[in-house]
Design a protein around this ligand. Sequence first.
Ligand code: CTP
Ligand code: MG
Length: 230
Amino acid sequence: DPVWVVIPAAGRGSRFGGDIPKQYLEVAGRPLIAHALEVLLSHPRVAGAVVALAADDTRWPNWESLWGKPVLRCHGGSERADSVLAALQALPAGVADTALVLVHDAARPNLRLGDIDRLIAAADAHADGAILAAPVRDTLKRADAQGDIAATEPREGLWRALTPQAFRRGALAAALERARADGVVVTDEAMAMERTGLRPRLVEGREDNIKVTTPADLALVEFLLGKASQ
Ligand code: CTP
Ligand code: MG
């Protein structure tokens, strides 16, 4: 069955700073969002994408298709979850409630086809969906109010959530709507699903699938994408 892609790209990049929203910064000759869209739409299971843009966005290059597949757009909202929900509502009418949707950050350009393959396979097999994630590698410290170490937390069983995250369209929309109605800001899609009692599967993904949050991250993806294109 065809899979659709949703790209929330309506953020302001406040932690990154600067004049250009980070999803439009150019690396290896293309904006970050273009890297993400290219690889996702090149996957044979993917039928098309919806991109959620800020209402005052002036930089979207007006792509209407990529790899011969439609790229639709909609207005995002004030929180990431609002942008994802708007994009789900902008999917073509023919997309089934049970169709898989891959939600992927616009600012996460170094995604590889192998990770998309394994994520889709896990989500096909698991009713509650699946997400790419990486095990925590560092030792975790809890701080007290002065910034001194209060405790060392066990890291066993802890994962960092990455994207894409893959869920059935109807179940994800219902979970995001419920979080909104409850006044809870969810920081990823899986969190909305978990709140409704579902248990998405963790799929170990590549650690170099990093999100550009600060300028230091940009230097890293410059290195990674430069290497990949050689
Ligand atoms: N995003 C969105 N709509 C929002 C907020 C975020 O579509 N209201 C998108 C961002 O454009 C980005 C992804 O969600 O592609 C991940 O969010 P994040 O890394 O937090 O990006 P920003 O919100 O832009 O950055 P910051 O939090 O530093 O302002
Ligand atoms: Mg943000």
